[in-house]
Design a protein around this ligand. Sequence first.
Ligand code: GLP
Length: 232
Amino acid sequence: KNLKLIKVESPEQGAEQVYEIIKNEIESGRLNVLGLATGSTMIPVYDKWVSSNLDFSNIVTFNLDEYIGIPESSPNSYAYFMSEHLFDKKEFRKTNIPDGMAEDLVEECAAYEDLLEEYPLDIQLLGVGENGHIAFNEPGLPFDSVTHVAQLTESTLGVNSQYFENDEKIPETALSMGISSILGAKKIVLLAFGEKKRAAIEKLLEGNVTTEWPITKLVDHKDVIVITDLEI
Ligand code: GLP
């Protein structure tokens, strides 16, 4: 298998592992374009980067996804999350997040996908949803998907709405890189902490590729590192 499993004791230890990988790749000149993710899983990862002296100023970043109709100024947007946890604290060459406020969303998706083609991802950081989604690629979506308008499932709306502040209603749609866009990255680093992620990680490690568990498609990629605190 091309899947490497790193077992850690805590999210903080996981963040240390990610830090070592990223540091190594930056210092060896292999990392120029970095795919980023949001969610609670990523907070210790970004905290670690922020408190380090690692230099990201030559790095171009691409985020996986963004809610539709939530402005950057709202604490519920992924753009806000990224500014708060990373972009306001570290200098990057250029940061990219799909614009969920774009007038023409289809055009926005096409433009984002074009950018990804122009700047191929060296590393993509990934979390996973409880239902096995990666970015907002929900169960049932074809594997050849590229950046698109994604329909969120009831399960995802339930899980993610807990984080919504100020009575803002969680959108039922988002812009998301597709499974094919994600698999285009040279290296993928997936993080999963806590029992709620067990089902998804077990499906991945079982190795049966099915659109019902989008995460399973990662077994077809040649360089995936899975960092988890789960005893499997
Ligand atoms: C959202 C994001 C995913 C992320 C997932 C897990 O649905 N679209 O990219 O992996 O949340 O979030 P958490 O890290 O908070 O468990």
